[in-house]
Structures are given as C-alpha cells and as structure tokens.
Design a protein around this ligand. Structure first.
Ligand code: NOJ
Length: 560
C-alpha cells in the first residue's frame, strides 16, 4: 500500500468566503471584513480549520475582485488592512488558518503597472503585459484568440497603436510572466502576505500563466480560442517551482486552480518530494456531471459520469498528491439544484455532503452551502451583475437565438451568480445580511425558510449535519488518510465506496435516488459488525446486511 505522508493541510477542512455577499456590517448593502469578523465564532463552530478569502484587494469590480488594482491592500468597500489583521488574529486565536487568493495571471487595467505601461512603450511596465502590433497594418488583432468573458482576447489602444492580451475580461490584462521582473513582483506579493501571517494561497487560474512563444493562432471555438496555447504553457512548471521556492520558506499551503488541467499533470504538480509544485489542485472534472465541458451547456445529471471522475482522481492521487474536495464555490450554481433534489433539499444536501467530504482529500465548504442555499430566479437580465452572464447572454441570443425568457430560465439553473446571492442569516429584512434598504445583489426570497438562525435551532438541519461530518472526519484517520475503492461502479443510483487505513475501514453508501434502491453490503463487509458513524436518517435495524434506501439516504459505516 502507498505510504501517506501526514500534514496539517491534509487534516483540515476549509470554509470559503466571498466577502461581498457574506455579511454587511456598515449598512451599505455590501458584505465587508468587519462583517466577517463578527461571524468568526460561527465559522469556527462549523469545525473548520481554515478560511479561504476570494480576493479582497482593491478592484474596480470588473470581475468582483478577480481584477486586482493593488495586491498589497484591502478593497475599501470591504474595510482596511487593520480590519484584515483583526481577522487574521481572530482566526488564529480560534485555531483557524487564513488563505488568500493570489490572482496573478492578470491584473486589473486600473493597476498602476498597466496604466504606466499603456502610456509609453518605453516604460519598464510596458513589458509587464502582452502588447503587440496588429496584423494587416494594425487593423486586425495580433492573433485569433477569443477571451473567456468578452469576445476577442485583444484590446486596441490607439495612443500607442498596440493591442494588449486579455484571456478573461477586457479589464483583466494578462501579465507577461516571461518577464523576470513580473515574477519578482509575484514573489514580493507572496512574501507580503506570508510575512503578515497569512497561511497560504489559492492561486487563481495559475496553470494559465505561461503562454506559447509567438502566441500562435488557436483552434476556433465559441469562447477561449487559443486556450491550447496557455492551458499548460512551456514555462508553467518552471514558474510554479520559482514561486514554490519562496512559499517553502514558510509553513504555508497552496492550492492551485487548474481549469482543463489533466489528471496526469495534476498528479505531477502535487506529488510529494522534490519538484512538488502545489499541495492540491482545484480540478473541474467532477463539476461536469450535468453539463458538457462548461456549466452552461446543460445535460441531464449523470451519476456514473460523476463517479467515474471521482474514482479516477481518488485513485490516481492516493499516495502521490492530495485532492481538493469541493462541490460548490463562487463559480458554480448551487449543488442541490444540480446534483441533488429540491423536493428533498435537506436529505439530498446531506447525502451530497457525505458523498464528497468522506473521500480522500481536503474538503472546502462554500458560504451558504452548509445551510443548503439554492439557486435564485431572476426575471430581469439587468438584475444580474457578472461579466460572464452578459457575455453568455450575447452568445445565447446571437448564436442560439435564445429569447430573454429562455435565457433567464437556463441562467437560473447554471449561472455562477446563483452562488453569489447574500448569505441568509435569519428571516428578518434582507435575510439579516444588511441593514441597508437593498443589498448589492438580489436576496433569494426563500431566506424566510432557509437561513442560519433556523438551521441552528433544528438539531437535524443540514448545518448541524455538516458539523457532524467535519468532526467525524477530524477524529478518524481512516477518513483522512484511508485509500479509496469504489463498489457498485455501474449503478445509476448508488455511490458506494470504502476507505482503509491501518486496519480501520469505512464504508460510505449514498443514494442519488428518491426511490427505494436495494443495497447489499459488498463482499467482505458485515454491516452488523460496523457502527453507523454518520447518516442522514435514523438507522434502527443494524442486524441486516442489506436494506432498501430511503430518499437520498447516506450512511458512513465505521469498522474497527
Ligand atoms: C477563476 C475564478 O475563480 C473566477 O471567479 C474568475 O472569474 C476567473 N478565474 C478569472 O480570474
């Protein structure tokens, strides 16, 4: 059996905060850091060991913080550096670590570096970005790349008669990581936060930071044409090593986001030993069980597809690297709407929680997930806020001839903005999120039923179930370090797997069906000899080796 190296980052669970929608302390309708501070005890009460902040730096909000205009400060809408330091201290006092989002594939076009470089081709900051002359006497952009968010990937600047590259929005120019000065800037940002006491980073689209030399034309696609020329560029590994060398001077942890990163590369990046580049990688494969390649191309939910990807990642990583376990974040619609069942919101929410947190890896929980927040219906396109929504609106209207109504319907199922509605704290005005007349973004009207206060009062709530799962995982090494072996691989209703570690065994049974499904213990397991450690229904008859599942039933058995 593969040897597993123990480490604190493998034993922790992490809570993700998207500050703008978390908690507003000053009544301006926008979540902020003092708001987070006021909820530190709540976060701690979940049993998590760390907080990852989506970007909280100054930003013009073209991509809500993922367009940074100053890497060493705090977005004034959220507060000050002193507010942040209070959180850092408060989190540390409570035994929680704090992780920042490091967004260095691109900056904001309002960052000083960009403003300086855009003014003058001889400025040292010019070469911080990809500036190029156009083709055909400057009339056409330098190549055929399309951005992820806003049509063409090049924007023309008439003052200097050059185009700059932006793989995401126009206001997110890509940094030229081939310039050693840019890499020095990145290292200085890393040191700045680590020296302050931050415990690590989530690195935004970090696998995109090296572009193919010459920026050749890409294979035509409706969005992100050219992606094959930067999704794992020629110098990626070198640059990751360079950043890692600085990070290793500290006791810190790094999870990198890798859209389209292959499993083979992920294992290579995260493998223990010399040359390790990242502690974990945020992969997207398991988020595609109800869509084709991107969330917006919707397909019916397919459990076998989901199981296959988890199986592949669990098996390949075991004993080599480490998995990042998540089913929600700020980039995806709410999971119960997607892989669960709104008619069984709590039951299926608990089942999904069991299904992923009991696997091998570090679980991440996104704000609101713990109370089972759901998608929102928005009836007017103008109520949306996100650049990606507007881009998709254009594409669906122009290419697929969607009406606004049809688009809004799809959007309520797949849009990432579903995860960005304010956290529902109680059943009072504005869900207790803000005292302002209006929050910055629509609040889901179901807050009167689904909110933290109600969940606190209900012993059987999803919230309290998350607490149980997190506690159980922490107290049982088999759940942290055990291997992963799947059973019932071909079942369209059941996801069943076992974990083994130093003589202890676990068996996890999850039904993805509202209908009863027959479950018989796999060979080698006698359920009567095990203990039901966590389950979303009461289990009374423990003498049988088979049972009919209840809607979305989940059980984790522990065997000594
Ligand atoms: C990935 C982030 O998670 C997403 O929210 C953002 O829009 C893009 N990277 C661009 O930074």
């Amino acid at each position: 059996m593969a040897e597993i190296k123990k480490h604190w980052y493998k034993e922790m669970s992490v809570y993700q905060i998207w500050t703008r929608s978390f908690c507003d302390s000053n009544g301006d309708g926008i979540g902020d850091l003092p708001g987070v501070y006021s909820k530190l005890d709540y976060i701690k009460s979940l049993g998590v060991d760390g907080i990852w902040f989506s970007p909280i730096f100054p930003t013009p909000n073209a991509d809500y913080g993922y367009d940074v205009s100053d890497y060493k400060n705090i977005n004034p809408e959220f507060g000050t550096l002193d507010d942040f330091k209070m959180i850092l201290e408060g989190a540390h006092e409570r035994g929680m670590r704090v992780f920042m989002d490091l967004v260095v594939n691109h900056t904001s076009d309002e960052h000083e570096w960009f403003k300086e470089g855009a003014k003058d081709v001889n400025s040292p900051y010019h070469d911080y970005y990809f500036w190029r002359k156009g083709r055909k006497n400057g009339k056409k952009p330098p190549n055929n790349w399309l951005s992820v968010f806003e049509g063409g990937a090049w924007e023309y600047n008439k003052d200097i008669d050059e185009y700059y590259l932006h793989v995401f929005a126009k206001k997110q120019p890509d940094l030229n990581m081939d310039n050693p000065k840019v890499r020095e800037e990145v290292k200085s940002i890393i040191r700045f936060w680590l020296d302050m006491g931050v415990d690590g980073f989530r690195e935004d689209v970090i696998t995109f930071i090296s572009k193919d030399e010459g920026l050749p034309n890409g294979f035509p696609l409706p969005i992100a044409t050219g992606v094959e020329h930067y999704k794992h560029g020629p110098h990626l590994e070198e640059y990751l090593d360079e950043f890692r060398a600085v990070q290793e001077e500290y006791d810190c942890f790094v999870v990198g986001e890798g859209p389209q990163t292959t499993l083979k590369d992920a294992v290579n990046f995260c493998s223990e030993g010399p040359g390790k580049k990242l502690d974990m990688l945020i992969s997207f494969d398991h988020m595609n069980a109800d869509c084709f390649a991107v969330d917006w191309i919707k397909t019916p939910f397919n459990l076998r597809k989901l199981k296959k990807t988890f199986d592949k990642w669990q098996t390949a990583m075991y004993g080599r690297g480490w998995n990042c376990l998540y089913i929600e974040n700020h980039d995806h619609a709410r999971i119960i709407d997607r892989y669960g069942d709104l008619n069984y919101r709590v039951e299926s929410g608990k089942m999904l929680a069991t299904m992923y947190t009991m696997q091998c890896g570090t679980p991440f929980i996104y704000q609101g997930q713990e109370i089972g927040m759901t998608n929102i219906e928005i009836n007017n396109i103008n109520d949306y806020k996100d650049v990606m929504t507007f881009n998709n609106y254009r594409l669906f209207k122009n290419i697929l001839h969607y009406s606004e109504e049809k688009f809004l319907k799809l959007s309520s199922q797949v849009n990432r903005e579903n995860a960005r509605t304010p956290v529902q704290w109680n059943s009072e005005k504005n869900a207790g999120f803000t005292t302002a007349d209006k929050a910055w973004f629509n609040i889901n009207p179901n807050y009167t039923d689904i909110n933290v206060e109600a969940a606190e009062k209900d012993e059987n709530s999803l919230l309290n179930y998350y607490r149980k799962l997190i506690k159980f995982r922490k107290e049982n090494e088999v759940c942290i370090y055990g291997d992963f072996k799947q059973h019932y691989k071909f079942s369209k209703d059941l996801f069943v797997y076992e974990r083994n570690y130093e003589g202890k065994r676990m068996l996890v049974v999850c039904s993805f069906s509202a209908k009863p499904v027959h479950f018989k213990a796999p060979e080698g397991f006698e359920l009567s000899k095990g203990k039901v450690a966590v389950s979303n229904y009461e289990v009374t008859d423990t003498s049988l080796n088979n049972f009919m599942t209840r809607p979305y039933e989940a059980r984790a058995y522990l065997f000594d």
